[in-house]
Design a protein around this ligand. Structure first.
Ligand code: PHE
Length: 457
């Protein structure tokens, strides 16, 4: 039965399609919206360094482990995990790791679609000329009006969800594969154009200094936890997206090298987005880099509104953000859809409608947390902030920790070796040490210190 199920969803056309799909998953709101503002509110340079350290030391090894489990199991994360645990003769409780992923995926998709909806709304806001000549107050009012209007938020959230369904119903080859092959090159071209623009028209030097000047006093344990959470979130690891994509990866592709390419692209896009955003922000007097989630939607529009060609550049920028969000959100939906198809024998269309509908419904909680429910607090957070903190800073690192421990200690060696053929003994050793010791210790320490810092100081 398990054997027959293998590969039932199809496979990527080539290793490059996997790279583009995984990069599409990784590069998203996390890089363009979240990274700049979290770096901004944690003081810049030192945060960026910790973040890059987490990517290399924890992110890459855990991502390799996830791809490996996926490619061995060739199914949705839940069933891949179950089969690999069985084949390894490991404790059956390891299976549950797959479930943390599916749950986190639904939770993330729920609020992700809301923020992506803001980006969609701003394409039209920018194109309509509404941003021309605005100042801080008007920019704040435009954003404030959007957040205060549940109807508009729900409209854009729904449009975004429909875009995601449109791709995922097409399946692995014709849906996701085709989408990423078009969207990713487009994304990179637009990013380069905007980088050129910000280099010549913005304050590039100030942005560079802000992101790379090391200011350690501004960093707290909470900041380090956020840097680690950001590393997990941005690489799409700990959730099953990468495991699901790994299930469709050609057998002959080298996992280590492929993952390094994806992590490189992802970090590059985060840094470049930071440079673009801060160049524009610093060129505009009176805007703070630490503006928080509004950085992209308040500070940037002021800057766009005040510059020649800002109408075009502004719309292009929000198209770019929407594309990035789109290619990520499909990877939040696919693992859950694949699981429903396998477990309940459901059709792809039905599974899509059901799960996207569920995430949409859940997303209403986030929509309302910006207006009528803004007074409702969970552990001191609004519903939206709570979901963001819970998934990025707790669920993803936790399930990443379990994945590292599983592949490090419990997975059958022969299975690992078959998936890692062609990898040098030195790299294997280094990877194993990281999974067994470095990643678990680092994740646990950051976890404990970050949580203590958040709730007890
Ligand atoms: N990596 C995506 C981003 O940076 C978010 C994401 C997280 C996507 C987890 C899939 C799984 O925006």
């Amino acid at each position: 039965m398990a054997i027959q199920q293998k590969g039932m969803h199809g496979a990527w056309a080539s290793r490059w399609t996997f790279i583009m799909a995984a990069t599409g998953s990784a590069v998203g709101l996390g890089n363009m919206w979240k990274f700049p503002y979290v770096a901004g509110s944690n003081g810049g340079g030192a945060f960026v360094l910790v973040y890059l350290g987490c990517i290399l030391l924890i992110g890459v090894p855990v991502m390799m482990a996830e791809v490996l489990i996926g490619r061995q199991g060739r199914q949705s994360p839940v069933n891949s995990m179950r089969d690999v645990v069985n084949e390894s003769g490991a404790d059956s409780r390891w299976r549950h790791v797959g479930w943390v992923g599916v749950a986190a995926g639904m939770l993330i998709l729920s609020f992700y679609a809301v923020i992506a909806g803001w980006a969609l709304a701003y394409i039209f806001e920018a194109a309509s000329g509404d941003l021309v000549g605005i100042n801080g107050d008007t920019a704040g009012a435009i954003f404030g009006n959007l957040l205060a209007d549940p109807g508009r938020l729900i409209f854009w959230q729904s449009v975004f969800m429909l875009l995601c369904i449109g791709v995922v119903v097409g399946g692995v080859k014709k849906g996701l594969g085709v989408a990423v092959e078009i969207l990713m090159p487009l994304l990179f071209i637009m990013l380069l154009l905007l980088l050129g623009f910000s280099f010549f028209k913005g304050d590039f030097a100030a942005a560079w200094n802000f992101l790379f000047n090391f200011n350690v006093e501004l960093l707290t344990w909470r900041g380090v936890l956020e840097a680690m959470g950001q590393a997990f979130f941005t690489l799409s690891i700990g959730m099953g997206a990468i495991m699901a994509y790994g299930a469709y990866m050609p057998q002959n592709a080298n996992i280590g090298k492929t993952v390094l390419i994806v992590a490189f692209f992802d970090s590059l896009v985060a840094i470049v987005s930071g440079l673009i955003i801060f160049s524009i922000v610093f060129a505009t007097p009176g805007i703070e880099p630490s503006a928080g989630p509004g950085l992209m939607f308040i500070s940037l529009p002021i800057a766009f509104g005040g510059m020649p060609g800002g109408l075009l550049i502004g719309s292009a920028f929000f198209v770019l953000v929407s594309i990035a969000a789109w290619s990520s959100a499909i990877s939040l939906l696919e693992p859950c859809v694949a699981w429903l198809i396998e477990a309940k024998n459901m059709g792809r269309v039905q599974a899509n409608l059901l799960l996207a509908g569920f995430a949409w419904l859940l997303g209403l909680g986030s929509v309302l947390s910006f207006n009528v429910w803004s007074h409702i607090k969970l552990a001191g957070f609004t519903i939206f902030d709570f979901l963001d903190f819970l998934t990025a800073n707790i669920m993803l690192p936790l399930s990443g920790l379990l994945i590292a421990l599983f592949v490090g200690y419990a997975m059958k060696k022969e299975l690992i070796d078959t998936q890692m053929v062609g990898t040098s003994a030195r790299v294997m050793k280094l990877w194993q040490v990281t999974l067994r010791y470095i990643a678990p210790v680092a994740i646990s320490a950051v976890f404990v210190m970050g949580i203590v810092d958040k709730f007890f100081s």
